[in-house]
Design a protein around this ligand. Structure first.
Ligand code: AMP
Ligand code: ZN
Length: 496
């Protein structure tokens, strides 16, 4: 089998994958900021890394997969200004910030489960690592790469450059451009230079998420948590760091600077970035107001959708695109994915039932055998070429044609030798289930969808948004479901 090659965003080339301590692999993926429901864009990035995790595991690597939960420090604007996203939502809803965190973490987990994404080995939260974040900030001050200004601590980009470290090497940004491009923002006057970024922010009187520190009460900057938690659980140097393309700058650029400034070593061997999910060519994002929630897709309630699409249909659509290419969501693409998914699952049922039978006449068809073996190699070649699921899936669909031909009697099973048949069966099942993560969907999916959907319903009721409550009830009806508002809880049942 050929060697796995990975495109490294840092070196901008495909490199052979050589882990630091084989067979162990350390992989860190930036998780969601849990202030809102995850949208399909977020889902795409997490599913891309799920498939990468699955494939590495299939190759017998022992992967420690860390995906964090951002529950503090992500400000509305990446340039260290604005309110904390979670604190803002908590104020708006008159809830504890941790109630917001709990609600959206649960939503995130349900959606990940529906999409059949495997849970990470460790899922650390930023608020659980405040002590370590303070310690790292202190280390950066001690090393001369950070300074205090009005109770906040900032990373000093020019000191970093003076020490001959290259800020901007991941994203390709040049410091002068950053300075010229910066606006006169809130908090900028505290910084020595606009490209500096916050490690620790002083909490204003109104700020509700705050911790004691050597510099007074405050809260950590967003980038710091990932440097702290990746090094804590994977070591100062580890193999893979992932996230969406939009995190390259400033988030990941700052992460490198923090880790190098504090520990003197390059933290990550391979930087991987998943490309954006777009809608009509524009990045799907909460702030642009064009986001579709997975629940809306699964129930078909979004105005841009002509019907409901299941979690596995969405997963199939994602597999059809390489993770480094943009993926545009559309009814046509989803309809095609729905068909493709059903065909692949049919193939799975067929191949499971097929039993090899020998024939005394021994009429082996070497051409068929070669073609089947070639297609299996192509699936591996696709995955080994920077996890190209599009190529691997295309080969699998061709393999499916062979399976259907055997099933329909176009060519009898005994024209294959037993080894080839066993390999065909094993490879098809392994790729569909273990690597692509596709599973059979049945009624239980509706139950899972309803669990997630009822959360939105409850929230609409809580906010007295009766228009949305009515709309949701109509949609439930179309699914053959009635919602029951009981005294102490909300439940549902199938319509009688
Ligand atoms: P956030 O919750 O905004 O921190 O985002 C969580 C993850 O989703 C990050 O890795 C983002 O890069 C990723 N992400 C956000 N929007 C999109 C999108 N439209 N397509 C793909 N990934 C996205
Ligand atoms: Zn991160």
């Amino acid at each position: 089998m050929q060697q796995l090659k990975i495109f490294n965003t840092l070196t901008r080339q495909k490199e052979e994958f050589v882990p630091l301590y084989p067979p162990h692999v350390g992989m860190y993926v930036c998780g969601p900021t849990v202030y809102n429901y995850v949208h399909l864009g977020n889902c795409r990035t997490f599913t891309s890394f799920d498939i990468i995790y699955r494939y590495l595991t299939h190759l017998q690597y022992k992967v420690r997969y860390v995906r964090n939960i951002t529950d503090v420090g992500h400000l509305e604007n990446d340039a260290d200004e604005g309110e904390d996203k979670i604190a803002k939502k908590a104020k708006l809803e008159n809830l504890e910030p941790m109630e917001i965190v709990q609600r959206y973490t649960l939503d995130f987990h349900s959606v990940m489960q529906l999409l059949n994404n495997i849970s990470p080995s460790i899922e650390p939260a930023a608020t659980g690592h405040i002590v370590e974040q303070i310690a790292m900030t202190q280390k950066l001050i001690d090393n001369g790469f950070a300074y205090e200004s009005k109770g906040s601590i900032y990373f000093d980009v020019s000191k970093y450059a003076e020490a001959n470290y290259e800020y901007g090497k991941l994203s390709g940004r040049v410091i002068d451009e950053l300075v010229a491009g910066s606006r006169d923002l809130d908090g900028q006057h505290e910084k020595h230079s606009p490209e500096d970024f916050a490690l620790w922010k002083k909490a204003s009187k109104e700020h509700i998420m705050r911790w004691d520190s050597p510099w007074g009460e405050g809260f950590p900057g967003w980038h710091l948590e990932c440097s702290v938690m990746s090094s804590k659980y994977l070591g100062l140097q580890f193999d893979i760091h992932g996230g969406g393309m939009d995190l390259k700058f400033p988030h990941h650029e700052c992460e490198i600077a923090q880790s190098v400034g504090a520990n003197g070593v390059e933290p990550v061997r391979y930087w991987l970035h998943a490309n954006m999910l777009t809608i009509n060519g524009t990045k799907m994002s909460k702030s642009l107001g064009n986001s579709i929630l997975p629940q809306e897709l699964f129930a078909g309630t979004h105005s841009l959708l002509t019907q409901a699409y299941s979690p596995m249909t969405l997963r199939f659509a994602m597999l059809q695109t390489h993770y480094r290419s943009t993926m545009d969501i559309s009814n046509d693409a989803l309809k095609a994915a729905q068909k493709g998914y059903k065909r692949v699952m049919n193939g799975l049922r067929i191949i499971r039932q097929l039993v090899y039978v020998e024939n005394s006449q021994n009429v082996i068809d070497t051409k068929q055998i070669e073609e089947i073996r070639r297609l299996i190699d192509e699936m591996y070649e696709g995955m080994n070429d920077d996890f190209n699921t599009a190529v691997a899936l295309a080969a699998l669909l061709n393999l499916l044609k062979k399976i259907n031909s055997i099933h329909n009697g176009v060519f009898p099973i005994y024209t294959l030798d037993r080894d080839t048949f066993d390999l065909l069966k094993k490879s098809y099942i392994t790729f569909v289930e273990d690597i692509f993560g596709l599973k059979e969907e049945d009624e239980t999916s509706l139950q899972q969808v309803m669990k997630v959907f009822l959360e939105i319903y409850k929230e609409a009721k809580h906010n007295k948004n009766f228009e949305q409550v009515d709309k949701l009830r109509t949609h439930f009806k179309s699914l053959g479901v009635v919602v029951k508002d009981m005294k102490d809880k909300i439940d549902w049942s199938y319509e009688e």
